[in-house]
Ligand binder design. Structure first.
Ligand code: HEM
Length: 411
């Protein structure tokens, strides 16, 4: 066993998003505050799905993001699927001052003021994509994931980072593989290598041709004299921004489109551009959380959660962000999509020092994507059970396809 764990797994975490993951969350919630689960490559970790315990551990002084502090014997790469989550030298694998140092480099690019400046560009991207979709026969089933939801966050993040157009296909290809938890160790190793190659190509291009973009900001941070970003930190931060800024938001847009398309009244509300569709997006974040389990956190000391559940020092903890929003004790009738829900609670963006700094950008993108879509296609509806397209991963709440009939376009 590559990473020590003091007890046997009780169940296995499925490599499948959507309904399968929701059922597993319900099962785990009933078992206990934390449950040993089997993960790929012989690893066991504590799965935590109860919202109060997730919140407690997200801010617990004895829970670290840094595997090296908790498991001194850990060898980078020894669990191939874990490497993109545990081995990268960016803010997600650091605590305290080390974390703040890496986080403050990107936060100024994601303030509300900066994000609002992106609104016209996001609206333009959405409208251009929808204009292209209008050529389709209204009754033909098209994959809205590939043609629309996938496109908006990837174009926005590529623009934010100034990624040259000729490098985009390779970068996006590799990122589609990162979140998969069903790859063989060899495939996972190759993905890791390909990611680094793509980032080093980007850095070389931007070093010789800097621009008004986040990659150039990060390169300037790595070139400064006092406390510069190391080359590893630069690469890892770029990887985090592209990965964190794309697949997450794609999932949000996919699920929000599917949820809204089920009710004509919701479609009308979404289609009204003057309306604030924030409640729609918040309800989708609650019901269909875009990031389900984010590897990995580590116990620095024994943590007693009660009910005979003790997480031992050095053991991995897999926190589930989606369980809180789907807990019937927290949100009544959690399966119901209700934009007027009072006291809605979810942890989709996390909590505490690592809370997602890109949340405002993600929400703006999703608001625009959903509102523009139903403004253009007020009768759009899903074709078949979208759960059949749930992605092969326990990390993101991915959809591989979103089959829809667009119906007649708004005149
Ligand atoms: C719907 C979309 C998104 C969701 C659901 C989401 C979710 C999350 C969650 C749950 C975390 C916290 C991880 C933890 O507890 O350690 C996180 C962190 C992060 N997210 Fe997001 N995210 C989204 C969009 C974005 C976007 C658009 C960006 C950037 C453009 C971004 C950048 C980051 C970064 C840099 C971190 C690391 C923060 C840290 O460790 O201090 N995210 N995200």
């Amino acid at each position: 066993m590559p990473i020590p764990f003091h007890t046997d797994p009780v169940t296995t975490m499925p490599n499948q998003a959507g309904r399968c993951m929701y059922a597993k969350i319900d099962e785990l919630r009933k078992i206990g505050p934390a449950v040993p689960v089997s993960l790929p490559d012989g690893m066991t970790a504590w799965s935590v799905v109860r919202g109060d315990i997730v919140a407690q551990l997200l801010t617990h002084p004895h829970v670290s993001r840094d595997v090296n502090k908790a498991v001194p014997s850990y060898i980078p790469g020894e669990v191939p699927w874990l490497a993109p989550w545990a081995d990268l030298q960016n803010m997600t694998t650091k605590d305290g001052d080390e974390h703040s140092r890496l986080r403050r480099v990107v936060v100024p690019s994601l303030t509300n003021r900066k994000v609002q400046q992106l609104r016209p560009a996001i609206e333009r991207i959405s409208r251009e994509l929808l204009h292209g979709l209008a050529d389709n026969d209204p009754d033909v089933v098209i994959d809205v994931h590939a043609e629309y939801s996938y496109q908006i966050p990837t174009l926005v993040i590529c623009d934010l980072l100034g990624l040259p157009h000729d490098q985009r296909p390779e970068v996006l290809r590799v990122f589609r593989l990162v979140a998969r938890t069903d790859l063989s160790p060899q495939e996972a190793d190759q993905v890791h290598l390909d990611l680094h190659t793509a980032m080093r190509t980007l850095i070389a291009t931007k070093r010789s041709h800097p621009g008004d973009d986040l990659t150039s900001v990060l390169i300037a941070e790595s070139d400064k004299e006092h406390d510069p970003l190391s080359e590893d930190e630069l690469v890892a931060t770029l990887l985090l921004m592209i990965g964190g800024g794309s697949q997450t938001t794609i999932n949000l847009i996919d699920h929000a489109l599917a949820d809204v398309s089920e009710h004509s009244q919701l479609r009308r509300i979404a289609a009204d551009r003057s309306n604030n569709s924030r409640n729609i997006i918040e309800e989708s974040l609650r019901k269909d959380c875009p990031v389900m389990n984010l590897p990995m956190r580590w116990a620095l000391e024994d943590i007693d959660l009660g009910m005979n559940t003790i997480i031992k020092a050095g053991e991995p903890i897999l926190l589930n962000y989606g369980g809180h929003g789907r807990d019937p004790d927290t949100n009544s009738e959690p399966e119901r999509f209700d934009i007027d829900r009072e006291h809605r609670q979810h942890l989709a963006f996390g909590l505490g020092a690592h809370r997602c700094p890109g949340s405002q950008l993600a929400i703006l993108e999703a608001e625009i994507a959903v509102s523009e879509f139903f403004h253009a296609f007020p009768h759009a509806s899903t074709a078949g059970d979208i759960d059949a397209s749930a992605g092969p991963t326990f990390i993101g709440n991915d959809l591989l396809r979103l089959p829809m009939r667009l119906g007649e376009r708004n005149a």
